[in-house]
Design a protein around this ligand. Structure first.
Ligand code: TXA
Ligand code: MG
Length: 326
């Protein structure tokens, strides 16, 4: 299963991209659904396959920081510093759109989101392809991002022309997105590069607005969501809440904090969440998928401490627990 894509697979994937097709691409964060970023028809297929509204901009993945000026204009010095420090890695920067980027890719915006993924298969593909690939997470719009190739197949099936195998994603939550359209940077979405790391690199504090990442109208608050309803509770209350939910007839799935591991829980299914934030982030989407697979209709989860990767985990869990469309 976990056999990494080889040179022949990369060659095949390049052929698919050149023909306007879609490739599932492993990255260190989550799997992406990739198309030639300069091919509007191929990009349109991404939106169709995901069921994503076309005004939601995509991230352009490039092979190295040295290509940045081919895709973006007026790159501020602070953005160059971050590119130098964090690429390849889970950092996306929103910059002024370069002329070669079609509006289909930017959702009509005059800005473009760019990142260099830190995964050998993704880098091999970008190197062989030569261009940039537009890639959102390879899930249906609003649902849980895939962190294995099997997750992608379960989500999108025949909607993808070719799946590149890259094993389980090491970071497990999406990239941090920074608005770098001016020297005063701000975080649009917390992710794999932590606020602390960014502030240290910049030598100054960064704004983290508590609004969502997206600057497009009509975005629904529920996102990153499994089929089961997600409810956030205090970790100390989780065992008692599970019992209550069971009494109400729920098939309840529980995120059990590692320090309570071994505690008997009256639940349909339990996942034990590791104490380290890195491991929590790596496992997060897998836990949500697993509890769905086990047929839970309600998931009780808790927010981690708000530092390091805890910011990204909390952001995704809040959105997973957000109101659903009627
Ligand atoms: O880790 C990741 O970032 C993964 C992997 C595949 O690279 N990709 C990912 O893409 O999470 P997606 O499409 O699921 O989320 C990208 C977010 C969207 O919320 C989008 O609105 C925002 O980035 N975005 C993209 N371009 C933007 C822009 N020009 N201005 C503001 N937000 C932008
Ligand atoms: Mg996504």
């Amino acid at each position: 299963m976990d056999v990494r894509a080889d040179a022949a697979d990369i060659e095949k994937a390049v052929g698919v991209l050149r023909a306007g097709g879609l490739v599932a691409l492993p990255t260190e964060t989550v799997y992406g659904l990739a198309a030639d970023a300069e091919d509007p028809a191929a990009v349109a297929r991404i939106f169709q396959t995901k069921g994503r509204p076309p005004n939601h901009p995509l991230i352009v993945h490039i092979g190295g920081a040295e290509h940045l000026d081919a895709w973006a204009e007026d790159v501020p010095e602070a953005a160059r510093l971050l590119a130098e420090r964090f690429w390849p890695g889970p950092l996306t920067m929103v910059l002024r759109r370069g002329a070669r980027v079609p509006y289909e890719t930017t959702g009509g915006l005059d800005t473009v989101a760019v990142r260099v993924p830190n995964h050998p298969v993704a880098l091999a593909l970008l190197d062989a392809f030569g261009g940039g690939v537009a890639a959102p997470s390879a899930n249906r719009f609003g649902s849980v991002s895939p962190t294995t190739a099997d997750d992608v197949r379960a989500e999108l099936g025949d909607g993808v022309d070719f799946v590149l195998e890259g094993g389980a994603c090491e970071v497990g939550v999406e990239s941090t997105i920074i608005d770098a359209t001016s020297e005063s940077l701000s975080i649009l979405r917390p992710g794999g590069v932590t606020r602390e790391e960014l502030e240290e690199a910049l030598g100054r504090p960064l704004d983290v607005p508590d609004t969502s990442e997206v600057r497009v109208p009509g975005q629904h608050p529920s996102h990153y969501a499994p089929n089961a309803r997600v409810v956030l509770v205090d970790p100390d209350e989780i065992v008692a809440e599970a019992e209550r939910a069971r009494e109400l007839g729920h098939r309840v799935g529980v995120f059990l904090p590692a320090d309570l591991s071994g505690t008997p829980v009256d639940a349909h299914a339990v996942v034990t969440v590791p104490a380290s934030l890195d491991a929590y982030a790596r496992g997060l989407y897998g836990y949500l998928r697993e509890l769905d697979r086990q047929g839970c209709d309600l998931i009780l989860a808790y927010l981690p401490e708000q530092e390091g990767l805890g910011l990204a985990i909390a952001n995704r869990l809040r959105r997973a627990a957000g109101p659903r469309p009627a």
